[in-house]
Design a protein around this ligand. Structure first.
Ligand code: SF4
Ligand code: SF4
Length: 70
């Protein structure tokens, strides 16, 4: 499961670019700092590799394994 702390996002797009499964896309809403943040568009394809979390320079993404707990 991918959780995005949208308020921290700077809209760099790294998470979108480096996800091997095209799970994320930059959305159409801005956070309160004015940046468009990513949304999960294809969660079922996520392999919980955590590349998105590793690439995010703002630490805005958390990836947890398993079906909804943690
Ligand atoms: S954990 Fe991996 S597959 Fe899932 S959204 Fe992040 S980069 Fe993509
Ligand atoms: S890598 Fe982080 S800061 Fe960059 S778009 Fe994704 S969530 Fe936002």
């Amino acid at each position: 499961m991918v959780q995005i702390n949208e308020g921290l996002c700077k809209s760099c797009g790294y998470c979108v670019k480096f996800c091997p499964k095209q799970v994320l896309q930059i959305g159409h809403e801005r956070n309160r700092r004015g940046h468009f943040f990513p949304v999960v568009v294809n969660e079922r394809s996520c392999i919980t590799c955590a590349v998105c979390a590793l690439m995010c320079p703002e630490g805005a993404i958390e990836v947890s394994k398993g079906g909804g707990k943690a």
